[in-house]
Design a protein around this ligand. Structure first.
Ligand code: S3P
Length: 177
């Protein structure tokens, strides 16, 4: 089977990391996060990369991180929310992974992000209208990159994981035939 990785994409706060961690256990795959790889490469947290080096530098490191993650085998790849903005990232992912988009309604995303301690440089001004604007701009990028999509708004993490496994297994079956 060629596509043995599962890549989770989607906007900040849709639950990619929680889902990816459970999914990797359930599928017996490794877990890798493009954000963690970027932090390792830069030797500093994402907020400081944005502050000191700018978003463009962050995106360069992110391209390296996606390339590295996509070249691994048998992984669940937890992708930063902006990975889809550079098409080269999607090309890397498509070679080795089934790409699953997690979606959620803006109000739900806002609630989840507000509860979280992690600093997200692109959502410092946490107002619904800002989030909706960014989400609208990003939507076509997400839709174009995804093999499948799941709306996680009303689902527990466990249920989203169940759905991802169903989709991944049906896609593996179709690709084997
Ligand atoms: C970003 C999402 C973040 C992180 C960075 C930029 C984005 O990852 O990569 O702050 O552009 O959407 P999460 O989606 O894991 O929060």
């Amino acid at each position: 089977m060629k596509e043995d990785n599962v890549a989770l994409i989607g906007f900040m706060g849709v639950g990619k990391t929680s889902v990816a961690l459970q999914l990797s256990k359930r599928l017996g795959k490794g877990y890798i996060s493009t954000d963690n790889l970027v932090v390792k490469k830069a030797g500093k947290p994402i907020s400081r990369i944005f502050e000191e080096d700018g978003e463009i530098r962050f995106r360069e490191l992110e391209i390296e991180a996606v390339k590295e993650a996509a070249s691994m085998r048998n992984m669940v790849i937890d992708c930063g929310g902006g990975v889809v903005l550079n098409w080269i990232n999607v090309e890397y992912l498509k070679r080795s992974s089934t790409i699953i988009l997690l979606k959620a309604r803006p109000e739900i995303i806002l609630k989840r992000i507000s509860k979280c301690k992690e600093v997200r440089p692109l959502l410092k001004d946490l107002r619904l209208e800002n989030l909706v604007r960014l989400l609208k701009f990003r939507e076509p990028f997400y839709e174009r990159a995804a093999d499948y999509a799941i709306d996680s708004s009303n689902l527990s993490i466990g249920k989203v994981v169940d759905e991802v496994i169903k989709l991944y297994e049906s896609s593996s079956y179709e690709k084997q035939r």
